[in-house]
Design a protein around this ligand. Structure first.
Ligand code: FMN
Length: 394
């Protein structure tokens, strides 16, 4: 039996937390519910204690004298802390380490995984301050589930609904799982590369690095030691993942080659440019001097190099972004680059490929092919890590 702290904060979706608490209990978890001040305007501790069979705490309990210090006791006993729903207000306070409430104090005292299930109006979710606060929580190594899209309490529709209960419960179960890949060194490549013609012009592609960051996060959640070789992107990698920033395909190749010996698993998600301008100008070329034809040359094929130089036992996973028969292309790549798994994705689908939150993939191995998704990129990452764990006999 695991102990879960369910923090409930003051949003319309607070009523859904009663069902979450009940389902967590049905999964045999002991659930300590802690309501924020705002939450009590929407739900009562009584509803929660009725479904959890335990006392539910209110913010004012922080100040009650007792034999032990409540926030420290709850924090230390917790195996996972889940905040659902998480208001914009509480996210902001936690992102800045405020400890002026029972929930805020216990979050600061805790060392266990923390999962956030935000719910709010889309305007609040998209506000620059909330974006920044969510990024801070992610940088602390906490997991922020993306809110769902659909009908909102205001009558409008948009992004901001509490994520589906199934997704929240799956995130809790995942956080409770014993790490299967401790001491396994995973190297992930992600993002695009840029091949400069001069200091202001380059060849690149629309990759954002989102898939690779999700894979790196999934690998870390399996307990692996993760290094991310990341091309130019706006996205930040979360805490606990070593990041090597690169710009060009050549730099990415060198970064991978230098680490290959110390790598047990390589997952190549990066959209590496296949071509680069054959010559490079150190100064910006004047518009009037620009050639009509630019000679291109091939860049180093990272996956093929690794496939040819892999040591026994090393696991190699590649991605294939295709617009035409992804499975056939994945099969060809599996053979030619001697990979253990190729994840093919059709980048033309609206719910897959560059920059999307979700992906639809075909996993191809020497023994067969199966479809994964539509699913979040994180879930795809977890499927990959489950495959790796199985290969390593974990
Ligand atoms: C009717 C009503 C509904 C609200 N719904 C939300 C919501 O869904 N999400 C949110 O972030 N804030 C919502 N708020 C604002 C929060 O209740 C407010 O920021 C409060 O200070 C949050 O307190 P807490 O973070 O301590 O729970 C709502 C406020 C009202 C009055």
């Amino acid at each position: 039996m695991s102990r879960i702290v369910l923090g409930v904060t003051g949003g319309v979706a607070a009523y859904k937390a009663v069902d979450l608490a009940s389902r967590l209990r049905q999964q045999d978890h002991a659930v300590d519910v802690v309501l924020s001040r705002g939450a009590e305007a929407f739900v009562t501790p009584l509803s929660f204690s009725a479904v959890t069979g335990r006392r539910a705490y209110r913010d004012e309990d922080l100040w009650q004298p007792g034999e032990s210090i409540l926030h420290v006791e709850l924090a230390h006993a917790a195996d996972v802390i889940l905040i659902a729903p998480a208001t914009a207000d509480f996210i902001a306070r936690a992102a800045h380490g405020l400890a002026d409430s029972l929930l805020g104090s216990l979050l600061l005292s805790a060392t266990c995984p923390v999962i956030w299930a935000p719910a709010m109006e889309s305007g609040m979710w998209q506000a620059a301050a909330t974006r920044e606060n969510v990024a801070r929580l992610a940088a602390f190594g906490q997991r922020v589930l993306p809110p769902a899209e659909g009908h909102l309490a205001s009558g409008r529709s948009g992004v901001g609904r509490l994520p589906e209960a199934g997704e929240i419960l799956a995130a809790v179960e995942e956080a409770l799982r014993t790490p299967q890949l401790t001491k396994v060194r995973v190297l992930v490549t992600a993002g695009p590369t840029r091949e400069y013609l001069d200091p202001v012009r380059f060849l690149s592609n629309p990759s954002t690095g989102r898939m690779g960051i999700a894979v790196a996060e999934a690998a870390r959640s399996f307990g692996a030691e993760v290094t991310l070789v990341l091309g130019p992107t706006e996205l930040r990698a979360p805490a606990g993942i070593g990041v090597v920033g690169v710009t060009s395909a050549g730099e990415m190749f060198e970064a991978v080659r230098a680490r290959l010996e110390q790598t047990d698993v390589l997952i190549a998600t990066a959209a590496v440019s296949d071509l680069r301008p054959a010559s490079h100008f150190d100064q910006k070329v004047k518009k009037s001097d620009l050639p009509n034809v630019v000679e291109l040359e091939r860049t180093q094929d990272i996956l093929a190099y690794v496939g040819a130089h892999r040591r026994p036992g090393q696991i190699l996973v590649g991605f294939a972004a295709e617009t035409d028969d992804p499975e056939a292309e994945a099969r060809r790549k599996l053979r030619e680059k001697s990979c253990d798994l190729i994840v093919g994705n059709d980048v033309r689908r609206p719910d897959a490929g560059f920059g999307t939150a979700t992906n639809v993939c075909t996993f191809v191995t020497a023994h067969g092919a199966w479809q994964v998704g539509p699913a979040s990129k994180r879930e795809i990452g977890e499927e990959i890590m489950a495959f790796v764990a199985q290969r390593l006999g974990r």
